[in-house]
Design a protein around this ligand. Sequence first.
Ligand code: M6R
Length: 369
Amino acid sequence: EKGGYDYFMLKEIAEQPKAVADTLLGRIDPSGSLTLDEVRISPSELREVDKVVIVACGTAFHAGLIAKYAIEHWTRIPCEVELASEFRYRDPILDGRSLVIAISQSGETMDTLMALRHAREQGSKVLAICNTNGSTIPRESDAVLYTHAGPEVAVASTKAFLTQLVACYLVALYLGQVRGTKWGDEVHAVIKDLSRISDEVERVLETMEPVRALARTLAAKNTVLFLGRHVGYPVALEGALKLKELAYMHAEGFAAGELKHGPIALIEEDLPVVVVVPSPRGRSLLHDKIVSNIQEIRARGARTIVIAEEGDETVVPYADHLIRIPATPTLLQPLVATVPLQVFACELATARGNEVDQPRNLAKSVTVE
Ligand code: M6R
């Protein structure tokens, strides 16, 4: 049932192009607009929404962090993202005009379930983004957008994450469409880019051998750091989480701009630091800032592992290892930038002799608070 792969995780990483395509299937009509029939919250209710609040845990939380950028950019509705386990304990400000989005692969995560129950008690509408048909979280929500990734067996989430991202982009675009905000050329272009993204993910998968080879050389390291800015920051957090849970290594993700406020003190000779570089097109300021971050850490001895777009030559002099990803609009880049990090963590876990599909101390779905 592992389809010829040694681990479910490898199979699920390989299934990502199809999973992403399946999440999009039937949701973009030929005119390029969106039909999200399952979102049973009426357009008039969606027009009333004055705040979006995303609750989730772990990898799904990282998808939520990325969704915030897309939702705010395309809809101009303020969006908060909160760890589900923290949410209800701080008496969050919610009412009938708040749209709460609960993201969960399993649909059974107790922290997320309790957060959504709390939101509904305050009169907010809850939209679930979920991979498991008929599970508790969608059953208790007002509406659900299924991710259609197919069963995810490995404890470490991979294809669920990519499809959660796609679902979040669809929700953001749909909100924009319904509300008429920023519904212009950019949004149409994004929908086109999204329909091509499955092929881009496939292309990334075809070039992963050097990433595996690199991972094997790092098997004896104790620490790996991850840096990113903008949507690259949650990607860095996700890369670090994968490494913790699979390789049992100390791994941390930082917003690259925070380096100088403390974490740069961690940099020492030969410390591997993975840096996610945004596209040099469009948001070039963002790109230039991260290139100087790479220079700063390299000057202090870090071994830089740089994930950058094909054709971005500015990073070449500062990259000890360069991982290329296809050119993608910044907001969609996490769909391609996360894949090498999944492969990296999986290979490091294997090299360290760890059980890839069943990491120690972890369960696939966490049904206790
Ligand atoms: O089923 P859920 O998406 O609600 O699960 C949330 C987290 O427990 C989950 O993403 C966890 O962090 C993964 N093991 C990460 O790979």
